[in-house]
Design a protein around this ligand. Structure first.
Ligand code: VGL
Ligand code: ZN
Length: 211
């Protein structure tokens, strides 16, 4: 069976776009590339951040703290966010301009109340897999291309986990947008990804490679 390339569309949801609860600057600008780039891949996966109302990452659930604070929960650091991507809410829906190809598999993460999951592969403590790694292996995928929201959280942690799982990993830089909670977070995220062997490319590189 031939080796395959997968495209992972990370968290292209209303809450990460303009007007959403955790809006990433220009989040919706990457949707066009998501629509175009699907043409170049054998296997396509879309992820959704999918939290219960009482999720531990929501500042509202820690009344003594505020959005942007970092606290310790069960020995791990956790950034506190505005409530976002609540299961079944409009904010958790994919952006209306996203046109997913037929057969795209959807993986949801952050579904457990007590632990966050930035990565599309594992929760933040690496206790539980989402099934994405096994799914990709089952599809004979060797190379994964990652794009979406947000560069400095879900894109970063998904790409690091993918690299650790042994995939060859590409992050499509112009098809990502970041939170930049602290100035320099996006640049530091790319540096960490590079250090882990992740290749940072552009959407044009994907198009050119297919010609
Ligand atoms: C994300 C912060 C909180 C993301 C999800 O998709 O990057 N960021 N939850
Ligand atoms: Zn989240």
């Amino acid at each position: 069976m031939a080796q395959k390339k997968a495209l992972i569309l990370v968290d292209l949801q209303n809450d990460f776009c303009t007007g959403g609860k955790l809006a990433v600057p220009q989040g919706e600008d990457v949707i066009r590339l998501a629509n175009e780039l699907q043409d170049y891949f054998d296997v396509i996966v879309a992820t959704q951040d999918w939290h219960p109302k009482g999720h531990t990452s929501f500042a509202d659930n820690h009344p003594e703290f505020t959005v942007g604070d970092t606290i310790m929960i069960n020995g791990m650091t956790q950034v506190l966010w505005p409530a976002h991507c609540i299961q079944g809410s409009e904010g958790a829906e994919f952006h209306p301009h996203l046109k997913l190809h037929e057969g795209v598999s959807i993986f949801q993460k952050g579904i457990e109340e007590k632990i966050d999951s930035y990565s599309a592969f594992f929760d933040n403590a690496h206790l539980r897999a989402t099934g994405l790694g096994d799914y990709l292996r089952g599809q004979h995928v060797k190379e994964v291309y990652i794009m979406g929201l947000a560069t400095d959280y879900c894109v970063k942690y998904s790409s690091l986990d993918a690299a650790h799982l042994g995939f060859t990993v590409y992050v499509i830089e112009d098809a990502c947008s970041g939170v930049e909670l602290f100035q320099g977070d996006i640049a530091r995220a790319f540096a960490e990804m590079r250090a882990a062997g992740v290749k940072i490319i552009s959407s044009q590189d994907v198009v050119k490679a297919s010609q």
